[in-house]
Design a protein around this ligand. Sequence first.
Ligand code: ZN
Length: 139
Amino acid sequence: MTNRFSLESRELETFMGQMFVICPRCGGRADVIEKANEVRLSCLKCGHLQSNQTGTKYIGGAFDVHFGLPLYLQTSCCGHVLWAYNREHLDYLKRYIEATIRTSEGANRSIESRLPEWMKRKQNRDEVSRAIAKLEQIR
Ligand SMILES: [Zn+2]
């Protein structure tokens, strides 16, 4: 048997520990990390620091959930925006898309329901795969 259903089903929240955002000062990659009751944004490139109370306010878009800053890993795809909070999240999306390519039907419902409909559409798979590959090149 194949291990096509071995993809663990994960909530979006489990990827929120570290988020890559576009630094509001230099436009480079800044990290948003949650620690205790505080959220800290730090940019390795320009040293910009910002902190905020925890609180997930901007869920479900191409923004970090605490500051509402645009995510670093995002690109247009199929008339939508494909985005990921971090590399682990991007890798998860990739494995999901690859898994659905291998299985035409019968994919795990609980995983399917967590991604937007357009990403799961058969005719969009090539473009989604290309968009993910493009984001993987970003350093
Ligand atoms: Zn910066």
